[in-house]
Design a binder for this molecule. Structure first.
Ligand code: HEM
Ligand code: HEM
Length: 133
């Protein structure tokens, strides 16, 4: 597995453990006020990070690019910041609202980097075509 896929899966499983931990705490306490943090840690953290890891595993040439590591750094920083700030915002710490907004934009920037990668040409395919010509 490419190193970047491994990194995404390591981050993803940590998000899943934290996300499920919050889900269990909500269920046991019967207080669902942090539902938004639970949903987004699981969906942005676990599901989306694992999808990114899977994409890079299927595209080894793109997995070696420096941009893949920038994507990981930006996206994961955004989700960690969003997870912590959203959790405490939903617990009533309203001063954290700007941090939630900023972290959402960082997550979005990570997604745009990934979009660039998806639409960019696969250098391995280009090289293979050139060597066949
Ligand atoms: C053992 C694991 C889990 C437990 C105990 C748990 C618990 C909960 C609880 C108590 C709620 C609030 C329900 C409500 O107030 O309507 C909830 C909502 C939610 N959970 Fe989980 N959860 C778990 C795993 C997951 C996973 C793995 C995901 C995603 C991959 C997920 C996604 C969601 C979403 C999206 C919502 C919001 C649903 C809505 O808006 O109605 N949960 N969960
Ligand atoms: C930076 C990216 C995102 C932002 C800023 C965002 C923002 C929001 C907001 C403002 C809500 C309404 C919360 C409420 O009414 O209390 C929401 C709900 C929801 N979002 Fe997102 N979202 C993002 C990404 C995603 C992604 C990628 C998914 C799925 C893969 C997702 C799934 C959901 C679900 C299932 C709900 C309903 C559960 C809840 O009430 O928290 N979101 N989101």
């Amino acid at each position: 597995m490419p190193r970047i896929s491994n990194l995404f899966f390591k981050a993803a499983i940590i998000f899943l453990i934290v996300g499920i931990g919050i889900g269990l705490h909500m269920s046991i306490s019967q207080n669902h006020n942090v539902i938004g943090a639970h949903a987004h840690i699981n969906l942005l953290g676990w599901v989306t990070s694992a999808l990114f890891g899977g994409y890079y595993a299927l595209n080894p040439a793109k997995a070696e690019r420096r941009l893949a590591f920038i994507h990981f750094g930006v996206y994961t920083t955004g989700v960690v910041l969003m997870a912590v700030s959203l959790y405490f915002l939903l617990q009533g710490v309203t001063a954290l609202e700007p941090v939630v907004a900023l972290s959402s934009l960082i997550v979005f920037a990570g997604v745009l980097i990934f979009a660039w990668t998806v639409f960019s040409r696969d250098t391995e395919t280009v090289t293979r075509k050139a060597s066949l010509a």
